[in-house]
Design a protein around this ligand. Sequence first.
Ligand code: 16G
Ligand code: MG
Length: 560
Amino acid sequence: MNEDQRSLFLSSSSHFPPPQGVKLSYGTSGFRADASILQSTVYRVGILAALRALKTQSVIGLMITASHNKVSDNGVKVADPSGGMLSQDWEPFADTLANAHDPQHLVELIAEFVQKENITLDGTKPVEILLARDTRPSGEFLLEAAKQGIGSIIGAVALDMGILTTPQLHWMVRARNGGVKVSETDYFKKLSSSFRCLVDLSPSGTHANNVDDKLVVDGANGVGGEKLEILKTMLNGLAIEVRNSGKEGGVLNEGVGADYVQKEKVVPFSFGSQDVGIRCSSLDGDADRLVYFIVPSTSSNKIELVDGDKILSLFAIFITEQLSILNKEIDVKAKNGYQCHLGIVQTAYANGASTDYLKQLGLEVTFTPTGVKYLHEKAAEYDIGIYFEANGHGTILFSEQFLCWLKARTTELSDVAKGSEQHKAALRLLAVSELINQAAGDALSGVLMVEAILKHMGWSIERWNEIYEDLPSRQLKVKVVDRSAVVTANAETVAVTPPGIQEAINAETAKHPRGRCFIRPSGTEDVIRVYAEASSQDAADNLAQSVAKVVDQFLGFGSS
Ligand code: 16G
Ligand code: MG
């Protein structure tokens, strides 16, 4: 590192002293904390993003958001060249960078890392970092800190994309690295035109059930609601009413949003008896999660949740149908044939009934630990990989090879074959690959995908919800002395440490018919999470309670 660069670092980092007595960790989805202590972290993530851009010689993204957390929190994460999450092997460096205690120490760490990674800091190959933030007021001053961090690296240029959803930023990073200089308008155009294309390819006569009725969306008082207001004006054949768009004065994520709806299973603010019989859905604070729900015709505020597992199952039904139409007329062993490898990826939180259902459809289901980065990576191994967490994070990934084959099929077909069922199936799959965000789970593209499939099937939300019945489940959290004492294996289904705890969990689980239970340390809160499932709600509640007690005995404050 030359002297100019070293003194640039020293002078700019002296404006961003780290918070005292706080240890920050990159976590499942970047750094998150109270916004008031995040300035130095965001500044340092600016440096990290710039180094990543120089290392990969690609466009990198930096997103300022704390998703479904309360409005006083904020956070920051990096999008890699593919549009996916920051490569996991850079996370330890992110941690050391964020926790460096003074400018001198910071500069030494960077110099060492730059040398190890062979990164050239001479400004000869300039790189771009796309910045965006959600609607949190603290995003404004944190964005300035990110710009300063990027500005302290010679050759790194920050491009402020303004207020965006997290998936919009991931999408832009991916597209720019594919050589297309896209804007937000391109994103909306792509979503609306591929939605139109899918709807136009629906079998005639299947629209009747829901073509005229509307979808009501809870925007969590965040960026998703704001963006959906724009997108909906570009859609034909789908009426969307956005509530909690943030304009009515509601507070971000307070009594609203996908996380609230999924965890509490109650109607979000501004929903109620007027919504009985209407399709409702909910986005989270940065619009990368989506759940649907039904307001039952009772006086309670409970809802019927149609969660990420049901969205995944709906997508799987549709994709499987298209693949079987394609395969019907193709000899997969022939020269122009293609054996498409379809895979489903879930986590241990997936309701057991969903996994049974997917397996009954003959699908290959695999499990990863919690966190989009794990699911995404696994799904990318297939020709078509569909992944979802029960909480509504998910998408569909297509391999380049399969997309090339599909494109070739649609153009190769003779004029007679054009318009055939096989041709339509290929076109539908291509439209899905355009509509669904290939970079990250995206609630806006997810909504359009669900709506297009419901139209295609001629299904109401009730019909969709009935594909299987969820097993009753319960989630609890337990405060412990040190959550890192729990180490898990087998996609978090087995607790390897502390010794003996898994045996105790097994003993409790065995007492309940269809019992299933696991524990894991949270990646976003200082707690151990307990998930229990059983054949009745009482049994699931009891199992969760007794395992929470086990956790407390092994790791609680009275345990040592
Ligand atoms: C983050 C993750 C989400 C995961 C959740 C688990 C991303 C973009 N988000 O929100 O996938 O389900 O954390 O939280 O990866 P927990 O570790 O506190 O249970
Ligand atoms: Mg989110």
